[in-house]
Design a protein around this ligand. Structure first.
Ligand code: ADE
Length: 224
């Protein structure tokens, strides 16, 4: 998979890709991530990426021209399956969207800033608009990092144990069950006996019951 991220603040985005699972995925060539600084696609001396809104109103709007240059340049090199715009008015990111995006070959992620991009950018290029939640961030970069993390860990081979993404919360619309490790007893708190039974059928059944119970208590909306 190849991900091209278009941003005015590449420095805000780099560190999540320089540690742990994302770093290993890149080093193993399971994913390529490229950052494009929108200012490199400007034509004026001020390297402007935004301007006042037509019609008046607070907040700047990102110009179509540098974005067009950047996206068109990328499209001349390869086909893109999806051009995603990070915006609070997009569809809310969930596991199902992450699963869908993880199956794509080449994607572009455009990070919004200020009030957002000129509507014509959305009309001309964007195939999917994604929000990471009902709150407004200063820009799309942190949202793009969240989306990339959720997507990249689903690419086959990225997680050591192939099954571990399948047992995450939200796969199957259930939250994950409780998990335990050493010691067997801590401060009088014991690990449930069934986990030592060696009976994998019973353990699986216990996990399913716990996952259902937790989902019912915390996120009944997932069961509807
Ligand atoms: N940009 C600003 N707020 C955002 C959000 N909630 N999700 C994605 N991109 C954003």
């Amino acid at each position: 998979m190849r991900i091209d991220i278009i941003t005015v603040l590449p420095e805000l985005l780099q560190s999540p890709f320089e540690a742990s699972i994302l770093k290993r995925a890149i080093e193993a060539n399971l994913v390529e991530v490229h950052f494009h600084n929108l200012r490199d696609y400007t034509t004026d001396n001020y390297k402007s990426v935004d301007d006042y809104q037509f019609g008046g109103g607070a907040g700047m709007v990102m110009l179509i021209e540098p974005i067009d240059k950047c996206i068109t340049g990328l499209q001349a090199e390869r086909n893109y399956d999806e051009i995603i715009y990070m915006t609070p008015d997009g569809e809310r990111l969930n596991q199902s969207i992450a699963n869908q995006v993880s199956l794509k070959e080449n994607i572009i992620i455009l990070c919004g800033h200020y009030k957002g991009v000129d509507q014509r950018v959305r009309d001309k290029f964007i195939t999917r608009e994604i929000s990471i939640g009902d709150y407004v961030l200063s820009g799309g970069e942190l949202g793009a990092a969240v989306l990339c993390d959720a997507v990249i860990r689903l690419i086959p081979g990225v997680l050591g144990n192939e099954t571990s993404a399948l047992t995450d919360s939200f796969q199957d619309n259930l939250l994950a069950p409780p998990i335990y490790t050493r010691p067997r007893e801590y401060d009088g708190m014991k690990v449930p006996e069934v986990l030592f039974s060696g009976n994998f059928g019973a353990i699986e059944q216990w996990r399913e019951e716990q996952a259902y119970k937790r989902t019912k208590e915390r996120r009944p909306d997932l069961l509807e």
